[in-house]
Design a protein around this ligand. Structure first.
Ligand SMILES: NC(=O)c1ccc[n+]([C@@H]2O[C@H](COP(=O)([O-])OP(=O)(O)OC[C@H]3O[C@@H](n4cnc5c(N)ncnc54)[C@H](O)[C@@H]3O)[C@@H](O)[C@H]2O)c1
Length: 357
């Protein structure tokens, strides 16, 4: 396929990032933008592309090979469905939806129409994640027993000037923790049940500002995630992994810890801990660094999307897979709301289980 025509729907923070990658690629071009906000006028004029206030008009007017959806969470399914209805392959930003039933409906519509859907869980395109998956799956740390993850950031007040980020469905569980849950599913295994607490006590918004959850995986691994968007720390993937150094400060401190029966791995510093011979806390434990070549994760994601659109690759994370990540993430919200353990079953449904004594 020659240069492919991509439209971006939603020209906010992440939409601009995708447009930057499209501009840097010689395999695609930005065909047009859809966004009803006045700020998008300036963006489109600067880039010299057509701007549509209504995304349906864009889809019905432009000759498009692909679309990237970067609108607020609650609109992802409507926009994604409009692309699928027209047979246009689509990259939908995460979360695929803010609701499981519509996410599953979209996954089914994509399957029935044979339209590829890639979901923007961009960490799966990170070489560091590929290296960690290899270390864990090859058994280099033995049987994985515990994962401990920190996602502790401070979002300035201006971030919350956008109303959808203050309302249910726009909070850090669905915006940030979902990345951690997808990473756990990808690196550690499927999630069987969830217990959680959340608090909105610091900011006082409708959405939570902090949460903690414990996940039990089908393979018996236990995973903990600590989350806050009102915590002034460097302990988050955004700051430590350096995926977007224009948007976030870069401090490569360890934030993700994977503990196995024979050793341990921390990310993003990629330190692998292991014993020589006999293991035990009385014995010296050694560290080594897993080497990788740094790569632009968003460029990798775009290249992969172009391969998907061109029919030479299957989506690394499709709508059905992303719905499973969403199911586990919504289960965290449900567990925090009810104070009960929530079971996540393989068919993407979750149910509230027994009360925690
Ligand atoms: N993968 C990542 O790391 C990552 C990072 C940031 C955001 N996101 C996701 O991207 C989405 C957008 O987040 P953001 O931070 O860029 O938000 P944002 O508020 O900065 O941008 C959203 C844009 O969508 C526009 N919009 C709203 N309704 C629209 C519609 N019906 N048609 C067209 N445009 C519409 C808004 O005017 C705005 O410009 C969210 O779902 C978020 O979870 C993903």
């Amino acid at each position: 396929m020659s240069e492919i025509n991509i439209a971006v729907i939603g020209a906010g923070v992440i939409g601009k990032r995708h447009m930057q990658e499209i501009a840097n690629s010689d395999r695609c071009r930005l065909a047009a933008i859809a966004d009803p906000s006045p700020e998008a006028d300036h963006e489109a004029a600067t880039l010299g592309v057509a701007l549509y206030k209504d995304y349906r008009k864009l889809l019905d007017t432009e000759r498009l090979d692909a679309v990237i959806v970067c609108t607020p969470n609650s609109t992802h399914v409507d926009v994604g469905m409009a692309c699928i209805d027209r047979g246009i392959p689509v990259l939908i930003e995460k979360p695929i939806s803010d609701d499981l039933a519509t996410a599953l409906a979209l996954a089914e519509a994509a399957r029935a129409a044979r339209v590829p859907v890639l979901v923007g869980h961009h960490r799966r395109h990170n070489p560091m994640v590929r290296a960690a998956k290899k270390v864990i799956s090859e058994g280099r740390i033995g049987k994985l027993v515990v994962a401990n993850i920190m996602c502790l950031v401070y979002k300035p007040d201006v971030y919350f000037a956008v109303p959808w980020r203050r309302r249910t469905g726009g909070g850090p569980i669905l915006i940030n923790m979902i990345h951690e849950i997808d990473l756990i599913r990808h690196l550690c295994g499927e999630i069987a049940s969830v217990q959680a607490v959340s608090s909105s006590g610091t900011r006082g918004h409708e959405v939570e500002d902090s949460a903690a959850c414990t996940l039990e995986l089908e393979n018996g691994t236990v995973a903990n995630i600590s989350l806050s968007d009102v915590a002034a720390t460097p302990w988050s993937w955004d700051t430590a992994a350096g995926e977007d150094r224009e948007l976030f400060d870069y401090r490569p401190v360890p934030t993700h810890f994977f503990a196995g029966t024979n050793g341990a791995l921390s990310l993003p510093d990629r330190t692998l801990w292991s014993y020589d011979g006999e293991k035990g806390r009385h014995r010296p434990i050694h560290d080594e660094r897993i080497p990788i070549e740094e790569e632009n994760v968003y460029a990798n994601q775009l290249r992969h999307f172009i391969d998907v659109v061109s029919g030479v690759a299957e989506p690394l994370i499709d709508a059905h897979d992303a719905a499973q990540t969403l199911a586990a993430t919504l289960a965290v919200m449900e567990a925090a709301r009810t104070g009960r353990k929530v079971h996540v079953s393989a068919d993407n449904r979750f149910r509230t289980g027994e009360a925690i004594a």
